[in-house]
Design a protein around this ligand. Structure first.
Ligand SMILES: NC(=O)c1ccc[n+]([C@@H]2O[C@H](COP(=O)([O-])OP(=O)(O)OC[C@H]3O[C@@H](n4cnc5c(N)ncnc54)[C@H](OP(=O)(O)O)[C@@H]3O)[C@@H](O)[C@H]2O)c1
Length: 249
């Protein structure tokens, strides 16, 4: 799919990788971008960072991806979308057994898995009506191997990887291409406590859009992600053992 002249919807567009997606879409020639965010009050400050010619092409849309009424009103506003980027996500840094209770794990599933599923279901008919287009889920290297310090987050991202495979098969008939992006550690609020080398969100956004244009279903952009993919396919059990000792700080 060509990004030029596409009409995109990005969730979690107010900061981090989502904010970079909006900018990168415009740089790649998107005709219009709907910037989904929980707090649209933040929009003007974000837009003031963009070049003048970009500003009129972005429309902020209030959306919490766990709320069905928000999603329905977003679909009603953005009926011309042909590229959906499911970026919004949370990480609670909880172990599966060590956590005091299941609140963090449930919240991660609610946002990362069920929220993304709800948005995908709502926009699938829109994509179909607009010629098929593309749906992109932001996964993680943790979708392929569990990081025990982020045990419940990893499980939610593994579930999202499986979801991505499932909807790829289901949406093929309507001509929608489905992509999964597997970033390693990225310089955003989410990874702020990770004391390790991180890649920029702009690199992920640009690499994702180039991957979509090349038609790569599984997109690995940053150097850690590229190495992770190699290690995963070479020996998944060795990688599992390596991750069991992973401490980010
Ligand atoms: N940073 C990394 O190292 C890394 C690595 C691999 C994958 N990822 C994935 O990349 C995506 C973006 O993460 P990031 O690093 O940019 O994180 P971030 O800086 O923490 O930003 C997360 C974004 O998601 C939004 N969000 C959270 N819950 C939401 C909800 N219920 N409804 C709508 N929006 C919601 C946040 O909105 P608010 O501002 O309203 O909270 C924010 O815009 C996530 O899916 C994350 O799992 C990140």
């Amino acid at each position: 799919m060509e990004i030029k002249d596409s009409i995109a919807f990005v969730t979690g567009a107010n900061r981090g990788i989502g904010k970079s997606y909006v900018k990168s879409l415009l740089d790649h020639g998107a005709k219009k971008v709907y910037a989904g965010m929980r707090d649209v009050g933040a929009f003007n400050a974000i837009a003031s960072e963009w070049p003048e010619q970009h500003r009129g092409k972005v429309e902020p849309v209030a959306i919490d991806i766990t709320k069905e009424d928000h999603i329905q009103s977003a679909v009603a506003k953005a009926g011309d979308v042909n590229l959906l980027i499911n970026n919004a996500g949370i990480a609670n840094f909880a172990g599966l057994i060590a956590a005091d209770n299941l609140d963090d794990a449930r919240q991660e599933m609610e946002v990362n898995y069920f929220g993304t599923l709800m948005v995908s279901r709502a926009f699938a008919p829109v994509l179909k009506k607009n010629g098929g287009g593309a749906l992109v889920n932001i996964l993680s290297v943790a979708s392929l191997g569990n990081f025990p310090v982020l045990g419940s987050y990893s499980a939610s991202k593994a579930a999202l990887h499986s979801l991505t495979q499932g909807i790829r098969a289901e949406l093929a008939a309507q001509g929608t291409q489905v992509f999964g992006v597997f970033p390693g550690p990225i310089e955003t609020d989410m990874a702020k406590d990770f004391d390790m080398e991180k890649s920029s969100p702009d690199l992920i956004a640009d690499g994702t859009l180039k991957g979509i244009e090349r038609g790569e279903e599984d997109i690995f952009v940053d150097p850690m992600a590229v190495q992770f993919r190699k290690d995963y396919f070479a020996d998944p059990k060795a990688l599992e053992a390596q991750l069991s000792n992973f401490h980010p700080n």
